[in-house]
Design a protein around this ligand. Structure first.
Ligand code: GLN
Length: 547
């Protein structure tokens, strides 16, 4: 079978959930036995999103091979079996960088280097790079909205793509909006018509329309859209608002999307089997328990900054048949009001990853409160470092801080380790203190060995694991003995024993900090063991009024 390419574009406005749509199409096709991968093409000039503020652009999603990528790759991994890597996310910046590097090297043999064909050819190569493995279908999500200047070269490249690989191997799916206008009591198809018109102007006739709307589309509305957009009515799929995103594959199937894809790509596939997704949705919609979890962070305005974390908590809930109520707590508020006034009713406290010293003291106060009041505590990356600082100060009487927050602190229990061994690459990595980007971070998957009998071991059920990292600072081994002598356990280490990966506190129902980001690997159909254990402990220790 030839490889099939499915391009997903977006129209009318941004934020319609193109990433979820692409991921859900992936889930649907996997359920019919296809081996799929999903790629995101982003029309901005940053080479990768690593330098973008998560509070503007959403979280930076980290892959096993250490790439800092767009958060949509998180959706792809959560919905499918795809293991994303460097090939799954390209930006305009990276495409131009490749072309300019080739130009300097003299690869273009004196030709004038132009957007068409050189940039567009580079984009096509990028799509093919994601397809080089044994996949049956490659879903490519084009970032931005049709009509933006920025996304034009991507659209031109995917238009040509059909001629390169054959008509029957390429499908264009366009996501639009069909708003309901209350005063008229009507669903309006005009924005969709305009968006499709714009796409056709650049030579792309969409094969399928996914129409976001508040309510199901009647056959009559579908027919009208189909007529204006040069399609048949079965190619107009309603993408209605659902209670949980994990319901989207099920909804798409009920709208016949899989059948349309099959027909248009000339495929004969078995019926979609979505039993696992039905189970996930049932558990989310009919919980038997509740867990109230505080996330203590800084500027908690844009929830997308913590996308994988929120999802991983929901997955922890799925594993425990529990609904998760997230209480967003600004750590600067804790500094002002005290943790006892802000966290008194929560069942679990989570401190997520973060950078910079704003709100740090509030986080340290929260970790102390969790430790002393025996509330389940889960510290992720910065959250582990906070727990170490807190314990060093309040239990070991050290003048402790992280080198990140106070380079002159007497006891830098968290510090910049100058070099470390990278088990993935076999290289000694060196940390340069000057640069704030790139090489100085420990990025991507690293192995970790667990101590038998620990809470971590109990959760994972194995002694060896691999998790993803994104940080500069590390646990300072100079302080290991004193912390252990006062009741902290080091329960996860790198195979050479040099890098502290997990800490726990004894005589506490569940207090765990990990230097890695477990949230990146959690899936609804396979909730992450640490989130599962944290939620389970939070339910068991519940202190809230609803006990
Ligand atoms: N700022 C800390 C470090 O760089 C923690 C990073 C994080 O939480 N991702 O080590």
């Amino acid at each position: 079978m030839d490889k099939k390419f499915i391009f997903v574009t977006g129209g009318v406005l941004s934020g319609l959930g193109k990433g979820i749509a692409a991921a859900a199409i992936g889930a649907l096709l996997e359920s019919k036995g296809l081996k799929v991968t999903i790629q995101k093409l982003d029309p901005y000039l940053n080479i990768d999103p690593g330098t973008l503020s998560p509070f503007e652009h959403g979280e930076v999603y980290v892959t096993d091979d250490g790439c800092e990528t767009d958060l949509d790759l998180g959706h792809y991994e959560r919905f499918t079996h795809v293991r994303t890597c460097i090939d799954n996310n390209y930006t305009t910046g990276r495409i131009y960088n490749n072309v300019i590097t080739k130009e300097r090297r003299g690869d273009y043999l004196g030709n004038t280097v132009q957007v068409v064909p050189h940039i567009t050819d580079e984009i096509k190569e990028a799509v093919k790079s994601a397809a080089k493995q044994e996949y049956d279908a490659i879903i490519v999500e084009i970032g931005g909205t049709v009509g933006d200047i920025e996304s034009l070269p991507f659209l031109e490249a995917i238009r040509r793509f059909r001629y390169d690989v054959g008509r029957e191997n390429v499908l264009y799916i366009h996501l639009t909006l069909v708003p309901f206008i209350k005063v008229a009591g009507e669903l309006k198809s005009k924005p969709t018509q305009h968006s499709v018109k714009e796409l056709r102007e650049i030579g792309i006739q969409p094969d399928i329309l996914l129409c976001r709307s508040e309510m199901p589309l009647s056959q009559e509305v579908k027919r009208k859209i189909a007529m204006h957009c040069n399609l048949d009515e079965y190619s107009v799929i309603a993408a209605v608002d659902v209670d949980t995103v994990y319901e989207v594959p099920i909804w798409f199937r009920s709208e016949g999307l899989d059948k349309q894809i099959e027909k248009k790509l000339n495929l004969q596939l078995p019926e979609a089997n979505l039993v696992v997704w039905e189970d996930v949705v049932r558990r989310i919609k009919m919980p038997k328990e509740v867990a109230n979890i505080a996330i203590v962070g800084k500027y908690i305005g844009l929830k997308d900054a913590y996308k994988s974390l929120i999802e991983a908590l929901i997955h922890g809930g799925i594993a425990n048949d529990a609904k998760i109520n997230i209480l967003w707590v600004d750590s600067e508020e804790i500094e002002k009001k005290g943790p006892e006034n802000m966290l008194f009713e929560v069942d679990g406290i989570l401190i997520p990853g973060g950078f910079g010293n704003r709100g740090i003291e509030g986080k340290i106060m929260s970790a102390r409160y969790a430790r002393e009041k025996k509330i389940p505590y889960f510290g992720i990356c910065l959250g582990m470092q906070i727990a170490v600082i807190e314990f060093s100060r309040n239990v070991c009487a050290l003048s402790a801080n992280s080198e990140e927050f106070d380079p002159d602190a007497k006891d830098k229990v968290i510090y910049l380790m100058e070099q470390w061994y990278n088990h993935r690459t076999g290289n000694i990595e060196k940390r340069t203190k000057v640069s704030q980007i790139g090489g100085t971070m420990r990025l991507g998957a690293y192995p970790c060995i667990l101590k038998e009998g620990s809470k971590a071991h109990e959760a994972y059920g194995v002694t060896e694991l691999s998790e993803r990292h994104r940080h500069r600072y590390e646990f300072n081994n100079h302080y290991r003995d004193i912390l252990i002598s006062k009741g902290m356990s080091i329960t996860g280490l790198s195979p050479d024993g040099e890098l502290v990966e997990i800490i726990e506190i004894k005589d506490h129902p569940w207090f765990l900090g990990c230097q890695f980001h477990p949230e990146f690997k959690s899936k609804p159909i396979n909730p992450h063991p640490l989130f599962k254990a944290f939620i389970s402990a939070s339910i068991r220790e519940r202190r809230s009024l609803f006990k």
